[in-house]
Every structure is written in C-alpha cells, then in structure tokens.
Design a protein around this ligand. Structure first.
Ligand SMILES: Cc1ncc(COP(=O)(O)O)c(C=O)c1O
Length: 383
C-alpha cells in the first residue's frame, strides 16, 4: 500500500531518533507524483523520457524510476556506465568531448551515442558501427535565467551551430539533440522555441528518426498545462516523423528530496543565527553558484526570524533568513526542501564536514538508510 504524502516536518519528527543528521531524504511518494506525470506525457504524446543523470544519480531509487521512464542520458562515460548498470533500458551517451578511451568503453553499453561536434562524430563514427548516432544542435535560442547555464550564450561550445557542418553530418546520423531550456515552466516559451526549431531545422528533422528536446522543461509542476504540452509534442513528432525524447533531470525529481539538518548552536550578531550540522558549499553547492536561498517550507510567516547558516568557515555559508513558527533551539530539526537535484551529485568534502547520509522513504512509508559516510570516505577521497 502506498503511503500518503505526509508533511515533511512530521516525517522528520517521527524519525528524530532513528537517523543521525545530517541526511538527504528522498521521498518516493513525492517522486512518484512526478513520475506519473512523465508517464502520462509519454502515453499522450508518444515522447519518451530519459533521466538526466547529471542532475540526479542516486541509484537507490532507480528501481521505482525505471518503471516510469525509458532510460538515462549522460554527460560522461561514468554516467553512461551508471545508467547501464543501475537503471537499464536505453542508455544515451552524450559528452561535450569524448576521449578515445571513452568511446571504447561506451560502445558496449550505449544504445545511442550523441556527439557535440561534427569533428568528434567524424573521428569516432567508424568505431561505433551499428549504433544509432546523433548530433547536438545549438538552435541559437534558449530559455534560461542565468547566463552561466545558457547553452545558447555567445560563443557557446554546446552543439553544432554552423549550418554547413550540420549538412555535412546529416548522412552520418539518425538523430539530433537540442538542449536549450533551463527551469522553463511556461508552455508558451517552450512552444516558441519548438516553433523556431521546426522552422529553422525542418528540412534536417525530416531526414532523421529521433529528436531529443533535452531537459529544463518544468512540466511536472502543479498547474503546468499538460494537455497543451502533450498536444504540441505529438504535433511535432507527427510533422517531422520523428520519435521525440525528453531528458528530464530536475523535472523528474523536483520537490521529492530534502536535506535534514539539526541546529548545533544559536549565535547573535544583529539578528539570530542558527548554525546547523550541514553546510551550503559541500551539501547544496548550487545555492552559492546561483546565489539563491534554500527553501524551508515551514518557515514562511512565523514570528521568529533566524538566519540559517552552515558550519564551514566560509563567511557566506548561509542557507537564508526565515520566519519560523516557533523558537529554534539547539537540537531543532530543519528540513531544507528541493535538495536532491544538482546537490547530491555535487557534494564534496570541503572543511571535512560530516557528509549527509542518504535515507529513502519507500512507497510504503518505511524509511531506509541506504548510505552512511564515515571518516574512511573522507580519507580515501584524496591520498
Ligand atoms: C543535455 C542536457 N540534457 C538534460 C539536462 C537536464 O536538465 P534539467 O535538469 O534542467 O531538466 C541538461 C542539464 O543541464 C543537459 O545539459
């Protein structure tokens, strides 16, 4: 029997003595909600979805994910290998630049290989006989809030942008990949980009069998117009007679992961500052890179304001400032939301801070400790 979507604070409180903090908590019930939407899109539009491992590669929940998704897509040999070993189904191997050794290893595990340039395609294609090959195309337009993550930024190296290169490569490929969206939760913007791709590359698409539209489309969000999305995908697929793929990363796992922390100290400097047993740079690096605050669901409109900070020596190791409904004290538990995408894959041992364990809340509501890190892991990380 599936467990209900319980408030995270209740889950954390009920298990306060079962697990040592800090820990990442992945809730399969919340994950399932996203996965069902992905499956619905497949059913209604025919578009297959492969999980972008660069965003999320915590394989303890792949057993659930593989029931709703078609495989994985990768950005390196190791990710391709993980997809092959732990997820199965389709393995799309993409890399900004493959080495000859990568190609040797990838050819026995990939079901499709996608090159970033025509020079790599020409260099390696003879070693990949029999495998469907694709090319990443830079369509010159994008939806991205950050220049750092904009694949169509000026001088971008991500994908082929010269028409002559593309024409030359066409006889050698059966598919193409366009990844040009980032955190796009607007259907109109997605449609505008798709129209542009259709208009600019229609003659190319008609000569292909499959087209991946990449990731960055937030179609699992509550309220996203799924009907319109599915209709547009199906039209695109029919017009160009291609199998469409999507590469959801964040979309697949959004709102399903937390970083559960505990307050170790409360200090005061003009305001109250709660120091927790985790930290931003080693455990939620993207907050620093993109200069955003962590999400703490319970702390929206309460009476008690605290800055929540990490325990590294970095002065800016700050999760954000929040209004809690109750006073915090040493020992208070604080679950940070949206903590599984581009976080767990980037965690590091900066300051030697205790690495959060990984706990999975299974569909039946049972919590399982799937990984615990120790001093040995810190030690063997370097030599
Ligand atoms: C080629 C490619 N596919 C898929 C993704 C996943 O995007 P998201 O996690 O935003 O869905 C990315 C992210 O950078 C990407 O570069």
């Amino acid at each position: 029997m599936n467990a209900e979507e319980k408030p995270i604070e209740d889950i954390v409180r009920e298990n306060a003595h079962a697990f040592q903090t800090p820990y990442y908590l992945i809730d399969e019930t919340r994950l399932l909600k996203n996965l069902k939407r992905i499956a619905l899109v497949r059913e209604r539009s025919g578009a297959k979805s492969v999980l972008a491992l660069k965003c999320f590669s915590t394989w303890s929940v792949f057993g659930l994910m593989r029931r709703y998704m078609d495989g994985t897509t990768s950005s390196s040999l190791y990710e391709a290998r993980l997809g092959h070993e732990k997820f199965g189904k389709e393995v799309h191997a993409y890399c900004v630049a493959f080495s000859p050794e990568d190609i040797e290893a990838v050819r026995s595990i990939a079901t499709k290989v996608i090159f970033n340039s025509t020079s790599q395609l020409k260099r390696y294609r003879s070693r990949l006989k029999g495998l469907p090959l694709g090319l990443r195309i830079n369509p010159g337009v994008s939806h991205s809030h950050f220049d750092l993550a904009d694949p169509a930024r000026r001088y971008s190296r991500l994908g082929v942008s010269r028409r002559s290169d593309l024409e030359e490569a066409l006889p050698l490929i059966s598919g193409a990949m366009f990844h040009c969206q980032c955190e796009n939760d607007r259907l109109e913007s997605f449609c505008r980009i798709l129209d542009h791709i259709g208009e600019k590359f229609g003659s190319v698409l008609r000569r292909l069998e499959w087209v991946s539209l990449g990731g960055g489309i937030y179609f699992t969000q509550d309220g996203y117009p799924l009907d319109g999305f599915c209709r547009r995908l199906a039209e695109f697929s029919k017009e160009f007679r291609v199998q469409v793929y999507l590469e959801p990363g964040e979309t697949a796992i959004t709102r399903s992961g937390f970083l559960v922390t505990k307050v170790l100290d409360i200090v005061h400097n003009e305001r109250d500052i709660a120091i927790v047993d985790a930290a931003v740079e080693p455990h939620m690096l993207d907050l620093l890179i993109y200069r955003t605050d962590a999400k703490i669901d319970i702390a929206q409109k309460g009476k008690y304001t605290y800055t929540v900070a990490g325990r590294t020596c970095l002065a800016g190791d700050v999760f954000g400032t929040y209004r809690f409904p109750e006073k915090l004290r040493v020992g208070s538990l604080i679950p940070v939301a949206d903590a599984s995408g581009y976080t767990m894959v980037k965690k590091n041992w900066f300051n030697g801070v205790q690495m959060p364990s990984i706990v999975v809340r299974r569909l039946n509501g049972r919590l399982e400790l799937v990984k615990r890190f120790q001093y040995k892991d810190y030690l063997t990380n370097l030599s």
